[in-house]
Design a protein around this ligand. Structure first.
Ligand SMILES: [Zn+2]
Ligand SMILES: [Zn+2]
Length: 293
């Protein structure tokens, strides 16, 4: 699989309890590193949601692959309490390897904003999981002319710019949101202060560990996860253009998921994608579906 045709494009590889990673090549960022797939080794900024093994176990491999290719060390942003554990794991790998595995580990908290490049900012938000966990929103930063200078002739604008007059303002807009693991309460109105940018981002990649009748929604919540029916119950909250459902339980196949969700997801945003392991499908409202099988 290369990428989903969302805008911006995202690449997702995820199975609950096995391994999760999502990257956005155009923004040069990755979320979680429970598996290192596709062009993930090329991503220099990796944001880890929490310490469950399926979200972090491929971090040493990612760092090692970059070292092998002589790429500059990546920066791994991890919840602060995980920093000594990640450092110890890398130190063990370095002993086994008998060589350095360069990596920069940065502790991050809910509310932290990281400017990964002049045009990309990533902010961390606390999600609702069995262990402390962060979700992330990547924002694009663009510039537009300040209202006070609109209508001025081009030669005057050029002169102002030459004189270093700050005539532009920055416009920061959510582009891609990634929840990592969470209960559905993260998306509910009482949590608007923390979830509103997730609901507004053009692309929302959310966990949806359970579907169908075998596991009840209440059980999904008890396990710190989301059941698809819980997303449908709050469908009118999602203003995204693309909703990418992922982190499905290993008990399902993509065929199961497509069959179960095609009808139930009709009320959701215009474009709904399922990403399961290394395959994906687009649920189309007109019964036709594109698949990355
Ligand atoms: Zn997980
Ligand atoms: Zn987890």
């Amino acid at each position: 699989m290369s990428h989903l045709e969302t805008s911006p494009r995202v690449s997702v590889h995820s199975v609950a309890g096995v391994g999760s990673c999502c990257y956005v090549e155009s923004l040069d960022i990755a979320f979680d590193i429970g598996v290192c797939f596709g062009k993930a080794p090329g991503r220099k900024h990796v944001f880890v949601t929490h310490g469950h093994i399926d979200h972090i176990k491929a971090l040493p491999g990612h760092a090692g692959e970059r070292a092998l290719c002589k790429a500059s060390p990546a920066t791994y942003y991890v919840p602060t309490h995980l920093v000594p554990h990640v450092q110890a794991i890398l130190a063990s790998f370095e002993c086994m390897q008998e060589a350095a595995i360069p990596a920069t580990i940065i502790g991050i908290e809910a509310g932290s904003c990281i400017r990964v490049s002049p045009r990309v900012v990533v902010k961390a938000f606390a999600t609702h999981h069995r262990v402390p966990s962060l979700g992330y929103v990547a924002y694009t930063v663009t510039k537009r002319l300040h209202d006070d200078y609109k209508g001025l002739p081009p030669n005057e604008l050029i002169a102002l710019r030459k004189a270093k007059v700050p005539i532009d303002v920055e416009v920061v807009a959510p582009a891609v949101a990634y929840t990592g693991d969470t209960e559905v309460s993260f998306f509910e109105p009482h949590n608007d202060e923390h979830c509103s940018d997730f609901l507004a981002a053009p692309v929302l990649v959310t966990e949806c560990t359970y579907v169908g009748d075998k596991t009840a929604p209440a059980k999904a919540t008890a396990r710190g996860h989301i059941h698809a029916d819980q997303l449908v119950a709050i469908a009118d909250r999602f203003r995204n253009e693309h909703l990418v459902l992922t982190h499905f339980s290993a008990q399902y196949s993509l065929r199961n998921l497509t069959a179960t969700l095609t009808d139930t997801m009709r009320c959701m945003p215009p474009s709904v994608w399922l990403a399961h392991g290394d395959v994906w499908a687009a649920l189309s409202k007109d019964e036709k579906e594109a698949t990355g099988l």
